[in-house]
Design a protein around this ligand. Structure first.
Ligand code: KIV
Length: 286
């Protein structure tokens, strides 16, 4: 059962807090934009965590290539493969009943062109069962988006900071600063909308620019480090729940201290084992 506080309840149709138990579709996302409704999105990389978020009512779960840093121990998203993405996307789909699951196309799986993008996106839809895919790039990825959409695969675009280009950026700098960069971001947003994307992630862009993009598009924007005026907001779940080791970006708000709690639990278990307190009589069979 999804628990939503009465104060947060919006309408029966609301993406978050609504009463429908069927799986969320891209039409529901479009309708939310028309209603001017804000909605949350989280990443997920396994069935168990996905089921927690699904039961909490999160309407869209992204199997992000952030699994590279957050789940698979890589230094960036760049090494993530299609096999890894297909495996973990299938797990997230199995762990959910309501959320729209979006599978990320990893670096190298769509840059060659529309046909490569279609082959790999089709794999995520058929093998893993995702309801949509995400890929990075604005104008530069428009042809890929067009073919996927024409082929019946909903696409979430991703512009602003595109982490798969970390080697080209030399880090993770804020995007869209200055008139020329802002104009490029607006062109990118328009290009992905015209190509048929059903939503667009805006990562690490000034809040005022994200607000302008959100006003100028009829598809929803999903912000991450893009201020309060986007239609949706996404966070990497390990950042949101305080599971990340070390520093998190300034735009992150952590809503729990899971890393600390899990470490405490592991230490308590270890001390019980070493001291002989576990297993006790009630944990034993005779
Ligand atoms: O891979 C990911 O988690 C993402 C989000 C940050 C949008 O692309």
């Amino acid at each position: 059962m999804t628990h939503v506080s009465p104060a947060r309840k919006q309408s029966e149709k609301a993406l978050y807090g609504g009463t429908s138990s069927r799986r969320v579709t891209v039409r529901d996302i479009a309708a939310a934009k028309e209603r001017g409704e804000k909605w949350p999105m989280l990443t997920a990389y396994d069935a168990m965590t996905a089921s927690v978020f699904d039961q909490a009512g999160i309407p869209v779960l992204l199997v992000g290539d952030s699994m590279g840093n957050c789940h698979l121990g890589y230094e960036s998203t760049v090494p993530v493969t299609m096999d890894e993405m297909a495996l973990l996307s299938a797990a997230v789909v199995r762990g959910t009943r309501r959320a729209l699951v979006v599978g990320d196309l990893p670096f190298g799986s769509y840059q060659e062109g529309p046909v490569q993008a279609l082959r790999n996106a089709t794999r995520l839809v058929k093998e893993a069962g995702v309801g949509a895919v995400k890929l990075e790039g604005g104008e530069r990825s428009a042809h890929q988006i067009e073919l996927l959409v024409q082929s019946g695969i909903p696409v979430m675009a991703h512009i602003g900071l595109t982490p798969q280009s970390v080697n080209a950026y030399g880090g993770y700098p804020v995007q869209g600063r200055g008139e020329e960069a802002a104009q490029q971001l607006l062109r990118d947003a328009k290009a992905v909308q015209d190509a048929g994307a059903f939503a667009v992630v805006l990562e690490l862009v000034p809040a005022e620019l994200a607000a302008e993009v959100t006003r100028s598009l009829h598809i929803p924007t999903v912000g991450i480090g893009a201020g309060p005026d986007c239609d949706g907001q996404v966070l990497v779940w390990t950042d949101m729940a305080g599971m990340t080791d070390g520093r998190v970006p300034r735009f992150v708000k952590s809503y729990a201290r899971l890393r600390e709690g899990l470490g405490d639990a592991a230490r308590a278990f270890a001390e019980d084992v070493v001291g002989g307190a576990y297993p006790a009589e009630e944990h034993s069979f005779h």
